[in-house]
Design a protein around this ligand. Structure first.
Ligand code: HEC
Ligand code: HEC
Ligand code: HEC
Length: 372
């Protein structure tokens, strides 16, 4: 007599399993937990998967206070909900997730910087741990990693100071502001100051030196996904056109094109880097196919548009970052952004450094120290 083949046995098992699923036999409820031993297997799988796939070299500036400050802002708005702030237990709603998110001190334990980068960029399938919403923005993910590496030294009080610098609540009583929802304004101010001013840390772009039309176009670009940022896009995702216009008017400066004071650091006139920057700004480099920056950006060069941002006095790191993003084709922006992508395409690393120094301001060491 012929015995049933292995094929038939497998088919029978698959059929029974299918029937089990069909009649709702598997309990997906988060209250029922996993079968015995399953969490250990999943944890083992996750650890090995991350360990063997983490290959990105960490950049050299992970200890930079401005980067940590930016990462802290991202954590406050995008991670705290689940992982709690340093020194706190996670809230009962997050604790009821399966698996529950670990408090942040535990979440970072035993991972290297490259592994944390991979976890934050790619998330963890089927756990509630999301991937970074802007996959082009490795720089933002590194900012979060810079913050995570600083967590062991942070008391709750330091954290509070980091993410919520003194906000002058009086800003809410200013005339004309009633039109903007106060919770939105307070949120923006946590990173950009009450009026988009220079906080001295160099972690965020200044807004009060930019024209409202440019700010409005930028906010629309973040919201509509044409300017990828995992930090800014969530801030404006649910805001309407009118709210964005009001915010642009609140933070921006209509006199930006004529009256912005030059707040750059005094140039190291005489050195080669400065000469190269001036060449690019004033005449460009036709051989390298780089146009003169001042053809569009202040100073000199007309006609200019209120949609071409001012650069003088922005944090150096911000200018450097934006130029790198434009060169890589990842910056995006308003309908005018392709002009800038073309202008940045052939810049060398040295050019970018020279231009960041020419236009930009170095962070104030005192402000950076007090933010820690
Ligand atoms: C919606 C909830 C949620 C949000 C938001 C979230 N996480 Fe998670 N995260 C989780 C869960 C759940 C796990 C546990 C996964 C597991 O145990 O396999 C996790 C795991 C992690 C881990 C690995 C910890 C470990 O060893 O198991 C790190 C690191 C981490 N998250 C960091 C972050 C950062 C940084 C952010 C913000 C950019 C963030 N998470 C946003 C839910 C969340
Ligand atoms: C968690 C910190 C944080 C919060 C909160 C925040 N921003 Fe930003 N903002 C940033 C960062 C970081 C950037 C630079 C993003 C990039 O690389 O594109 C930025 C960029 C911008 C820009 C573009 C500036 C430029 O020069 O192109 C505008 C406009 C802006 N933010 C307005 C706002 C408004 C309005 C709010 C409130 C609705 C807000 N931001 C809330 C961190 C924040
Ligand atoms: C043909 C016009 C044009 C030229 C030439 C040009 N830019 Fe731009 N640039 C723009 C426009 C338009 C934007 C804004 C794009 C957007 O977000 O919509 C911009 C944005 C930028 C930004 C980002 C500012 C911010 O606040 O986010 C930097 C930095 C910048 N340009 C630097 C330069 C430098 C340096 C040069 C010279 C090598 C240069 N640009 C040449 C048009 C130009």
């Amino acid at each position: 007599m012929k015995r049933p083949g292995l094929r038939w046995i497998l088919l029978l098992v698959a059929g029974l399993w299918g029937l089990f699923l069909l009649v709702g036999g598997y309990n997906i409820s988060a209250t029922s937990g996993h079968f015995h031993g399953v969490p250990e297997v999943l944890e083992f799988t996750m650890r090995n998967s991350v360990h063997w796939r983490a290959s990105e070299e960490p950049p050299g500036n992970l200890g930079d206070p401005a980067l940590i400050r930016r990462g802290a802002g991202a954590f406050e708005d995008g991670c705290r909900l689940c992982h709690a702030m340093p020194g706190h237990a996670i809230n009962p709603i997050s604790a009821a997730m399966v698996p529950p998110p670990p408090p942040i001190e535990d979440a970072i334990r035993d991972w290297t910087a490259s592994e944390l980068f991979l976890l934050v960029r790619d998330g963890i399938k089927m756990t509630g741990m999301p991937a970074w919403p802007a996959p082009e923005r490795d720089d933002e993910v590194w900012a979060v990693v810079a913050f995570l590496l600083a967590v062991p030294e942070l008391e709750t009080r330091d954290y509070e100071r980091l993410v919520r610098p003194e906000i002058n609540r009086g800003v809410l009583d200013e005339p004309g502001l009633s039109a903007i929802r106060s919770d939105i304004l307070v949120r923006c101010s946590a990173c950009h100051g009450n009026h988009g001013e220079d906080t001295g840390q160099g972690a965020f772009p200044l807004l009060n030196m930019l024209h409202p039309d440019y700010l409005e176009a930028s906010l629309l670009a973040y919201r509509d996904g044409t300017r990828p940022s995992g930090i800014m896009a969530p801030q404006v995702a649910n805001l309407g056109n009118r709210e964005l216009r009001l915010l642009a008017e609140h933070f921006g400066n209509t006199l930006a094109a004529t009256a912005t004071p030059d707040t750059r650091d005094p140039p190291d006139a005489g050195n080669d880097e400065y000469h190269r920057a001036r060449q690019l700004v004033e005449t460009g480099d036709a051989k390298q196919r780089i146009p003169a920056c001042s053809a569009c950006h202040h100073p000199a060069g007309y006609p200019q548009s209120d949609r071409f941002p001012h650069l003088e006095g922005q944090p150096r790191a911000y200018i450097r970052q934006q130029l790198e993003l434009f060169r890589a084709g990842h910056r995006g922006g308003s309908a005018f952004a392709p002009l800038m992508t073309l202008a940045a395409k052939y810049l060398s690393d040295d050019d970018i450094e020279a231009l960041a120094r020419y236009y930009g301001k170095a962070p104030d060491p005192a402000a950076s120290a007090s933010s820690r």
